[in-house]
Design a protein. Structure first.
Length: 545
C-alpha cells in the first residue's frame, strides 16, 4: 500500500545556482522526515547547471526528490502548475529555489494545520540580504486569524502551507498569463476559500533571499506588468467576494505596496517620455478602480504615497517627479504647515487654498513625533547677564513648522524624557507644561523650511538640571521636542549672583541634547560635612580649655 505523504514541497527552478544547493539541503534535512514528505522540483529550462544539480539530489534521495524537466516557460507559474498536477501530499508548500527553510519548518506547520484543521498556514519569514518580508502577521503564533487587520493581506506570496484538497476543490492554479506576481491571485484565492488560516510565528520557518544580481523577474518588472497584476487580482477579488471591507483592505494594500513600488527609484530611472506614459497609464487604472475607493482609504495612506496618487490622478508628471526625488533622497522632511487646527506636509505643489480636496492630500493624520523631532535644531546658544546679577540663556532654535506658529515656545524643563521616546513625544492631555519664562521672538527661517525661535530665558539661582525643550501645538495635540545641538559649541560656564554666587554650565547629554546645570558656586560635599562633624567634639574641647 502506498503511503500518502503529509506534504509535497514544490520547487520551480530556473538558473538559481549555487543558491539551489542550500535550498535543497534545507528541504532534505527537514525534521518531518523523508517518509512524510515528497519534493517535486521542476527545472524550467535552466542553463546554469541547476537541472544537473536537481538530478544529483534525486539520485541521492530516491523516492523523496522527484525532478521534472521542461523547456523554459518564462516564469514560475507554469512549473508550479505542473508540480501541482503531480503532487500527492495532504498539504502543499511552495518554496523559491534561491530561498531555504528552517529544519523544523514543515513539521511545525503540518502540526499546526492538523491541530486546527487549517487550510492555510503562514510560517514566519526572515529576510536575508536586501529582501523585504511582511512583519505584522508574525507578531504572534495564532491558531486562527482574520484576513482583515492581521497583516495577512501583506503576506501574499505563495510560500505557505496549503491544504491540497482546498486547491483541488476550487481548481486553483497559478495564472500563467501574468508576467510577474502569479502567486498573488493564487494566495488571495486560497485566503478567501480557507475556513481557517493559522500562523507559526515562534520559529523561523522560511528564509527569503534576494539575489545580488536582482535576476528575479519580480524586481525587473515593468510598470505595465504591475498594473496588469493589480487589474487581475482586483477583478478576481470582485468575483470572489464583491464590494466590502476585504476588497477595500486589499485595494489599500495594492496602493501601499505594489503601486507605490512603481513610483520610487524605478520611476526616476525612466526618461521623461516614459514617465509621462507611466503616469497616464496609472491614472487610467486609478480612474477605473479607485475613483470612489481612494476617497474611503486615502486617510490611511502616508502623505508621500497619498500625494503620488494625487498627482497621478491629475496626470501631473512634473510635480510627481519632484515629489519622488525629495521622498527618495533620504534628506530632511519638508516642514509642517499649521492652519486652522490642522497639519499639512509642505511637499512640492503645496498651496494654501480653498480647495479642500487638494489640501486633504497634504494633510498629516495621527502623531507626527518623528517629523517634528528630526527637524528641530539648535542654531545658537549663549549667556547674557544684567548688572552682573541675573543670568539668562539666550538660544536660537529652528523648528520645522510654518503657518500658525503662535503655540511654538522654548522652555526649560527638569527631568528626562521617558526612555522609550525618540526625538519627540506627544503629551497626554493632562500634562503640565513648564511655566512661561523670559522673552520669545518668532520669525520665519530664511530658507522657508521652518520657524526660528529666539528665546531669552532667566536661570533660577538654585541647584537644578534643566533640558531645553520646544513645545508646539499641532492638530489639537501638544508635542515636546528636546533641543539637539548637532555639534554646536556650548557656551563656557558662567558665575553669577552676589549674595550666594552660582555657576551655570551648558552641556550635551549622550543623546546630543542641550542640558543646563545650575548650582551654588561652592557647596560642601557629604564627606566634607561628615568630616566637620567628626572634628567638632575635638574643637569644643580645645575651646573649653
Amino acid at each position: 500500500m502506498t503511503t500518502i505523504p503529509d506534504v509535497t514541497v514544490v520547487v520551480a527552478v530556473y538558473n538559481t545556482m549555487p543558491a539551489l544547493t542550500e535550498c535543497l539541503d534545507s528541504l532534505v534535512g527537514q525534521t518531518i522526515g523523508h517518509d512524510r514528505m515528497e519534493i517535486i522540483a521542476v527545472d524550467d529550462g535552466s542553463t546554469d547547471g541547476s537541472g544537473e544539480e536537481l538530478d544529483r539530489y534525486a539520485a541521492l534521495h530516491p523516492g523523496t526528490v522527484k525532478v521534472l524537466h521542461q523547456a523554459n516557460s518564462g516564469g514560475p507559474a507554469g512549473p508550479s502548475n505542473r508540480a501541482l498536477d503531480e503532487a500527492s501530499g495532504r498539504y502543499v508548500f511552495f518554496t523559491g529555489a534561491d530561498d531555504y527553510m528552517g529544519p523544523e519548518a514543515l513539521e511545525r506547520m503540518v502540526a499546526m494545520a492538523d491541530r486546527n484543521e487549517s487550510d492555510v498556514v503562514i510560517g514566519k519569514m526572515v529576510a536575508v540580504g536586501d529582501r523585504s518580508v511582511p512583519r505584522a502577521v508574525f507578531r504572534n503564533t495564532a491558531d486562527r486569524i482574520e484576513l482583515v487587520g492581521s497583516g495577512a493581506l501583506y503576506a501574499i506570496s505563495n510560500t505557505k502551507l496549503y491544504r491540497r484538497a482546498l486547491i483541488e476543490k476550487h481548481g486553483m492554479r497559478f495564472s500563467e498569463d501574468l508576467p510577474v506576481s502569479s502567486d498573488m491571485p493564487f494566495t488571495l484565492e486560497a485566503y478567501v476559500h480557507a475556513a481557517t488560516v493559522s500562523v507559526v510565528a515562534d520559529y523561523d520557518c522560511y528564509y527569503a533571499v534576494r539575489r545580488p544580481d536582482d535576476s528575479n523577474i519580480t524586481y525587473r518588472a515593468r510598470f505595465e506588468d504591475r498594473l496588469q497584476v493589480c487589474r487581475h487580482v482586483l477583478g478576481l477579488l470582485d468575483r470572489l467576494v464583491g464590494p466590502g471591507e476585504l476588497y477595500d483592505e486589499f485595494a489599500l494594500r495594492l496602493l501601499k505596496v505594489d503601486l507605490a513600488w512603481i513610483f520610487g527609484e524605478n520611476y526616476l530611472a525612466m526618461d521623461p517620455a516614459r514617465r509621462e506614459t507611466c503616469v497616464q497609464a496609472t491614472a487610467d487604472f486609478l480612474e477605473e478602480y479607485y475613483k470612489d475607493l481612494f476617497v474611503r482609504v486615502q486617510d490611511r495612506v502616508a502623505v508621500p504615497q497619498r500625494l503620488r496618487f494625487h498627482w497621478i490622478f491629475r496626470r501631473d508628471s512634473v510635480t510627481l517627479t519632484e515629489l519622488v526625488r525629495i521622498d527618495t533622497a533620504g534628506g530632511a522632511l519638508p516642514p509642517t504647515f499649521l492652519n486652522g487646527g490642522r497639519a499639512y506636509a509642505a511637499y512640492p505643489g503645496f498651496r494654501l487654498s480653498d480647495d479642500e480636496t487638494a489640501m486633504r492630500a497634504f494633510q498629516l493624520m495621527g502623531p507626527i513625533t518623528g517629523r517634528l523631532g528630526d527637524g528641530t535644531r539648535l542654531l545658537a546658544a549663549a549667556w547674557e547677564q544684567r548688572d552682573g546679577k541675573d543670568l539668562f540663556l539666550a538660544v536660537t532654535v529652528q523648528v520645522p513648522v510654518l503657518g500658525d506658529t503662535d503655540s511654538a515656545v522654548v522652555r526649560l524643563r527638569a527631568g528626562a524624557l521617558p526612555k522609550s521616546v525618540g526625538n519627540s513625544r506627544r503629551l497626554s492631555p493632562d500634562s503640565q507644561l513648564p511655566a512661561p519664562a523670559g522673552e520669545l521672538v518668532r520669525t520665519p527661517a530664511p530658507d522657508g523650511t521652518g520657524t526660528v525661535l529666539t528665546a531669552r530665558i532667566p536661570l533660577p539661582p538654585v541647584k537644578t538640571k534643566l533640558g531645553a525643550r520646544v513645545y508646539v501645538d499641532v492638530a489639537g495635540s501638544t508635542y515636546e521636542i528636546p533641543v539637539r545641538t548637532r555639534g554646536l559649541p556650548m557656551p563656557l560656564a558662567r558665575r553669577w549672583g552676589d549674595t550666594v554666587p552660582h555657576r551655570a554650565s551648558a552641556n550635551v547629554n549622550p543623546k546630543g541634547r542641550l542640558v543646563i546645570t545650575t548650582a551654588p558656586l561652592w557647596e560642601p560635599t557629604a564627606s566634607f560635612r561628615a568630616r566637620v562633624r567628626s572634628l567638632l567634639p575635638r574643637f569644643k574641647r580645645k575651646v573649653i580649655r
